[in-house]
Each structure stands twice: as structure tokens, then as C-alpha cells.
Design a protein around this ligand. Structure first.
Ligand code: FMN
Length: 183
């Protein structure tokens, strides 16, 4: 069975926590989540299906040293994808943000992750409703929906598990044929 690869960027560990929750719910279907700053391009490319996560920092930038993070992240990995064809990859995305404090750019870095992989030809799945969130603007909203699962672990931690479960019920069967048969 081909497994799902889970990669994340993080500064203070919350995106890692959410990646681990996703992994726990997927069980055998996925490999252990890996920080993108410890992953090589070939490792990422070894998966046909991917779940990728990012927090939001900067003005909707890809997080990394350049956006003031303590550790390297997606910003430093992005150049490795230059000229890489991802058209055979299926990718589901999740992003973290804080809607009350950063209402003008809630989870906006998620859009940059979307643009990076969509731009390289990947098929992006797992859009997510904006219902239940309150914010003024998010670059991560396209055609009225978030481009992936959005988690606000600071403002709405009580909703995280249910959101992950509901989102995975939608995306997991699209990521592995085995899960599709079980659905
Ligand atoms: C300096 C700083 C800038 C942030 N900028 C944004 C932002 O622009 N939009 C947003 O939704 N959240 C923003 N956040 C909130 C983080 O994205 C959120 O707390 C996230 O869960 C952190 O994930 P991490 O622990 O994996 O780094 C910011 C937080 C800090 C400390």
C-alpha cells in the first residue's frame, strides 16, 4: 500500500501537533509526519499523495527564517521545487492561524503553500468551508472556500479534533485507494 507523506513547517510546535493528530487518525495509511526543514526533495517526491501543513507568519508569506521564525521552514524548501513537475501528485493542505489577532490576514500563509504546489502542477484537494470562523480577510480563501483545512489552535482549540476528523473523512479516501474502498 502506498502511504501518505505528511510534512509540516512550524515555529512554536503547533503545526507539528496538528500534523501528529492527523497522523494518529490516519494510522497505517500514512508515514510519521516530518518537519520540512529536515526533509529532502527526494523524500517528498517519494510520495504520490501528500498532506502538507504550515503556520502563518509574516504578511501571508511562506514561513521560515526570512519571516522571523527561529527555524527554517517552507520558505527555505520552496527553491528546491523550482522546475519540478508535480503533476502526478495529489496534495491536501492544512494551515494554522489566529483569527482574532490576525483577522486581516488569517491563515494567509496557507495560500502561499497552495500557490507553491499548485504552481508546480500538483492536484490540490481538500477545500474547506469558512463557516465557523470570524475574520476580515484571508488570502487562503479562493472562490469562497479555504484552499485547505484551517485550524485556529489559539482561538478555537476545542474545534480542532472535530475539524480534522471531518476534513479527513473528505480527503483521506481521495488520497489512498485502500481508504476509498473502506469509506
Ligand atoms: C509573530 C507572529 C506572527 C503571526 N502572523 C500570523 C498571521 O499573519 N496570520 C495568522 O492567521 N496567524 C498568525 N500568527 C499565529 C500563528 O500562525 C499561530 O499561532 C500558529 O498556530 C503557530 O504555529 P506554529 O506553533 O506551528 O509555529 C502569528 C503568530 C506570531 C507569533
Amino acid at each position: 500500500m502506498s502511504k501518505i507523506g505528511i510534512f509540516f513547517g512550524t515555529d512554536t510546535g503547533t503545526t507539528r501537533l496538528v500534523a501528529k493528530k492527523i497522523y494518529a487518525k490516519l494510522g497505517e495509511a500514512a508515514d510519521k509526519p516530518k518537519n520540512i526543514n529536515r526533509a529532502s526533495l527526494s523524500e517528498l517526491l517519494s510520495y504520490d499523495t501528500l498532506i502538507l501543513g504550515t503556520p502563518s507568519y509574516g504578511v501571508g508569506d511562506l514561513p521560515g527564517i526570512a519571516t522571523g521564525c527561529m527555524e527554517a521552514g517552507w520558505a527555505e524548501f520552496a527553491p528546491f521545487l523550482d522546475g519540478v513537475d508535480l503533476s502526478r501528485k495529489k496534495v491536501a493542505l492544512f494551515g494554522l492561524g489566529h483569527q482574532e489577532r490576525y483577522s486581516e490576514r488569517f491563515a494567509s500563509s496557507l495560500f502561499r503553500l497552495y500557490a507553491l504546489f499548485y504552481g508546480a502542477g500538483a492536484q490540490i484537494i481538500g477545500r474547506w468551508s469558512t463557516e465557523g470562523y470570524e475574520f476580515k480577510h484571508s488570502a487562503a480563501v479562493l472562490d469562497g472556500q479555504f484552499v485547505g483545512l484551517v485550524i485556529d489552535q489559539r482561538g478555537q482549540p476545542h474545534l480542532t479534533d472535530a475539524r480534522i476528523e471531518q476534513w479527513l473523512a473528505q480527503v483521506a479516501p481521495q488520497l489512498t485507494p485502500e481508504l476509498a474502498r473502506a469509506a
